[in-house]
Design a protein around this ligand. Structure first.
Ligand code: PMP
Length: 410
């Protein structure tokens, strides 16, 4: 029996469902290991010692690669001084100053642990500031697992979601209509930097849509909240809509900001400082110093390593290689999203059967990717990692080709 299976058997007795949340492998092909032993750079090992090139980065947090020396040294140095104390460490102020310097729309920062904390705080601050209730989100968008925004209905009451309205991503008219329905009770519009709903082809943002949302918030006095939890510091070393010239009022961050250390941030502009001051938001571990020290080192390393550019280069090499392979196997694919956060699907593969065959064979070839979630290209990817990844994807396309039989398409 494998070590992974032994752990699964033990987990089944003491963890509901054997595992829960986004890291449960229950819906992944059977070959996926549930338990991981460690990682370094762009490589990870499961508990049975199998090595993979990592295209998931812990589902986003690991941006510089696993066990990044500068980040881990900063975290270890802070741990020697203290982590969870009676008051925050000076690194909290250092980090807030660094974020305000790095992110153009930000005049202040608050910290928490998870993306859900950050998006929920943004909504609460917007309501406190505006004195209004309604929040608009894009249909199908994921902004966290709290009752107000979770996509799954179990344990959620209609009252939890009574103040939520919906628009269609990239459809400005639908946002205008939803805003009109909310009327003078519109507190905020929440939006992600591009459409990255799990299980669907991704859609880049239409700049006119981004600008239109900004104008709509200006007209109505609602907050524009950018959910940068997944994209933050991967597309741009500021908030993700800075290249478009669209600045949100509030932004939610987590995942990559401390290269895997548990931290989230809410950044806001001066107009929402009062609302932020009024709300009571806190958590036992929200002031821990180690993740904040790790975040300072992460942002420093992202800058020094020109990480956004290097991820873009690696992501483009991966995309070009995969598209060439798909073509040579005669397999049409949709490869969507920015090169650093791609998603691969096979047209017509509605039950994701071919995506599953592809992922399982890639895994067997030593590449850890996901059949129904976007991938994350880290700054640690070397030429050798990309070569090895492409060897695995070539075998994966061969398996899909075999599954379909010669000449057939999805
Ligand atoms: N917003 C977005 C865009 C996300 O991708 C996620 C997590 N996948 C969240 C919010 C919630 O973050 P967390 O799981 O850390 O609470």
């Amino acid at each position: 029996m494998t070590e992974d299976q032994r752990l699964r058997d033990r987990a089944a007795a003491v963890i509901p469902g054997g595992m829960y949340g986004h890291q449960s492998v229950a819906a992944l092909p059977a070959a996926y290991p549930q338990f991981m032993r460690g990682g370094r750079g762009a490589r990870v090992w499961d508990v049975d010692g199998n090595e993979y090139v990592d295209l998931m980065g812990s589902y986003g947090p690991v941006v510089l690669g696993h066990q990044h020396p500068r980040v881990e040294a900063a975290a270890a140095a802070q741990a020697v001084l203290g982590d969870c104390q009676n008051g925050p460490s000076p690194v909290m102020v250092d980090l807030a100053e660094l974020l305000v310097r790095t992110v153009r729309h930000a005049d202040w920062a608050m910290f928490a642990k998870n993306g859900t904390d950050a998006t929920t705080m943004c909504a609460t601050i917007a309501r406190a500031q505006t004195g209004r209730s309604k929040i608009l989100v894009a249909t199908g968008a994921y902004h966290g697992a709290a009752p107000w925004c979770t996509p799954r209905p179990a344990g959620v009451t209609p009252e939890d979601r009574a103040n939520l309205g919906h628009y269609t991503y990239n459809d400005l008219e639908s946002a205008r209509q939803a805003a009109a329905v909310a009327g003078d009770d519109l507190a905020a519009i929440v939006v992600s930097p591009f459409k990255h709903d799990a299980g669907y082809d991704q859609e880049l943002v239409d700049p006119a849509f981004a600008r239109g949302l900004r104008a709509l918030c200006d007209q109505t006095g609602a907050a524009l909240i950018l959910d940068d939890v997944r994209c933050g510091f991967r597309l741009h070393l500021g908030s993700s809509w800075e290249p478009l010239g669209v600045l949100p009022d509030l932004s939610a961050w987590s995942k990559a900001i401390a290269n895997g250390h548990p931290l989230a941030a809410v950044l806001g502009n001066a107009a929402f400082r009062d609302g932020a001051r009024q709300v009571f938001v806190t958590g036992s571990f929200w002031f821990s110093a180690v993740p904040m020290a790790a975040a300072i080192a992460t942002i420093g390393a992202l800058e020094e390593e020109d990480a956004v550019r290097s991820m873009e280069r690696s992501g483009t090499a991966l995309r070009d290689g995969i598209l060439e392979q798909a073509d040579s196997w005669g397999l049409p694919v949709n490869y969507t999203g920015p090169p650093v956060m791609p998603y691969l699907s096979f047209p017509g593969d509605d039950d994701r059967r071919l995506a599953g065959v592809f992922a399982a064979e890639a895994l067997r070839g030593g590449l850890y990717l996901h059949p129904r979630h976007n991938w994350f290209v880290s700054a640690a990817m070397t030429g050798d990692d990309i070569t090895r990844a492409l060897e695995a994807t070539d075998k994966a396309f061969a398996a899909v080709r075999k599954q379909l039989g010669n000449g057939e398409s999805a």
